[in-house]
Unconditional design. Sequence first.
Length: 95
Amino acid sequence: MFDSERRAVVQLELIAASGVPEAGAAQAAIDALVEAERQLAQVAINNAIAGGGAAENIAEAQAEMLAAATDVAAGEFNEAVSHYKTAWDKATKAV
């Protein structure tokens, strides 16, 4: 689920960086994809917490969310999606 979105982000980043008229639309698509991935990971963490999941896995997932937020702030959207994937993986393994 996260891998295809990450590949799309990579392609969209090329368009956004190119300065073509579609660059703004490409950036908007990146923002939407990254936000969707963030929400998926956050829901998994919330479910793990609500289900009494393993605290270590939940803490690792939350750390990945922080790393992703740092990447988003730096414009490293591809890396952010990778962190969201790892957060989702750890959260789903917590329960």
